[in-house]
Design a binder for this molecule. Structure first.
Ligand code: NAD
Length: 390
């Protein structure tokens, strides 16, 4: 029996809605049963009906969806929040408090206090609040994490992460309303490119090393001067087991299409991975030649095997990575329903504690940048990175 899935935001013209719908469908275990897809009520209803959502569950507004779904005997079992950032907190909190399990887009909230409230709401109601750091669903990212956890790299000395693209490099476009809001603190909060893009790179650094960021120093720049928020940022950070971290994120790196990269260097070897070539992981043991680990090849970790869907040599990518997050959540929810333990391999999906640490790091970076790069400490987040059950 498929689980009933609900989607809020992700309307027809949105950037990320199609990825969620396709990814959820790829799992084969989720059915789009209810939706409030658009800020415009008529468009929201019309598009949901076109996608096959029953008319009475094609809602014009998320509050209407919440009120109707909570009264149903058979209600949505997982709700994705894919609206713009400033509404994540209100919607996610409302659904958690009403006892729904939620997958929230990143950044989970705009402020640290809001993120703490979400963590608390999920704990109080014993609900799942996952956060869509979808790149952690890539098979070779999971393989890298497994290699680090098994100690193959030894103690991790350095992690260097990047997310630099060039899509906001045209100064003549800086006043275009579709771009301008991203650099307006009233709408975007304390950070632009770090909160939007760099946050993924930072999450990967934590996900693969199994560590938290403990302190950081940041340099923010608005290379196009009309921008009030940064379009380029450089972070130095220290992690909970002593790893030294470096992160560069940019929106003005002309020629870079997406630019998410991660490199992990331990005492016994180094790993390198690029999201634009996600099916290869470069592995160099100390004193030995570099080898290319191909997704889908024999001999990979069980974590990578579980996340791979087609045979070696056939490219797998972004949608399949999102689908792996959905598959994990689906397994955990099905297990809870059946009263059985979930597959332990399904428990690495990012959750609210990771959303909290990420937004705390963004705020610490903004504080540091304002203070000329002064080092800022982050409070430890209990439960960060720990496997999550139902
Ligand atoms: P977008 O502006 O392209 O689309 C937003 C959609 O939400 C639109 O359909 C809009 O009508 C709808 N919407 C707005 N307010 C709503 C409300 N109150 N109720 C219902 N629907 C509402 O935005 P996007 O680029 O699709 O980004 C959405 C979210 O996804 C953002 O938080 C963004 O950070 C995140 N995102 C994540 C990834 C990722 O890799 N995880 C990638 C891109 C975007």
């Amino acid at each position: 029996m498929r689980l009933q899935w609900g989607l809020i935001g992700g309307g027809e013209s949105s950037q990320i809605g199609a990825a969620h719908r396709l990814a959820a469908r790829m799992t084969g275990t989720l059915e789009l049963a209810a939706a409030a897809l658009d800020i415009d009520a008529a468009r929201a209803r019309e598009y949901a009906i076109r996608l096959g959502v029953p008319r009475e569950r094609a809602y014009g507004d998320w509050r209407e969806m919440l009120e109707c779904e909570r009264r149903r005997a058979s209600r949505v079992e997982l709700v994705t929040v894919a609206t713009p950032n400033s509404s994540h907190f209100e919607i996610t909190r409302a659904f958690l408090e009403a006892g729904f399990d939620v997958l929230c887009e990143k950044p989970m909230t705009n402020t640290v206090a809001e993120a703490e409230e979400i963590v608390q709401a999920a704990r109080n109601r014993q609900r799942i609040c996952a956060v869509n750091f979808g790149y952690s669903g890539y098979p070779l990212v999971r393989h890298a994490r497994a290699m680090v956890a098994r100690g193959e790299l030894g103690r991790i000395r350095v992690v260097t992460a990047g997310f630099a693209h060039g899509h906001h490099a045209n100064a003549a476009e800086a006043d275009n309303p579709r771009e301008r809001w991203r650099y307006d603190p009233a709408v975007a909060g304390v950070s632009s490119v770090l909160a939007d893009c760099g946050i993924h790179a930072l999450h990967l650094a934590c996900f693969i090393t199994g560590q938290q960021v403990e302190s950081l120093s940041a340099d923010f720049a608005s290379t196009i001067p009309v921008r009030q928020l940064e379009d380029d940022a450089l972070l130095a950070f220290r992690m909970s087991q002593g790893t030294v971290g470096r992160l560069w994120t940019s929106a003005v790196a002309i020629g870079r299409a997406h630019g998410l990269t991660i490199e992990v260097y331990g005492e016994r070897g180094g790993l390198r991975w690029q999201q634009e070539h996600p099916n290869q992981l470069y592995w160099t043991p100390l004193g030995a030649p570099t080898s290319i680990i191909e997704r889908g090849a024999a001999g990979l970790s069980v974590e990578a095997d579980r996340a791979s869907h087609v045979t070696v040599g056939h490219a797998e990518g972004f949608l399949a990575a999102f689908a792996n997050i959905y598959a994990d959540l689906s397994e955990v929810l099905q297990a809870r329903k059946a009263g059985r333990p979930a597959d332990p391999l399904a428990l690495s999906y990012p959750h609210a504690e990771e959303g909290l640490l990420s937004i705390a790091a963004v705020h610490a970076a903004a504080d540091s940048a304002r203070a000329g790069g002064a080092w800022v400490k982050l409070a430890p987040v209990p439960g960060h990175g720990a496997p999550r059950g139902a």
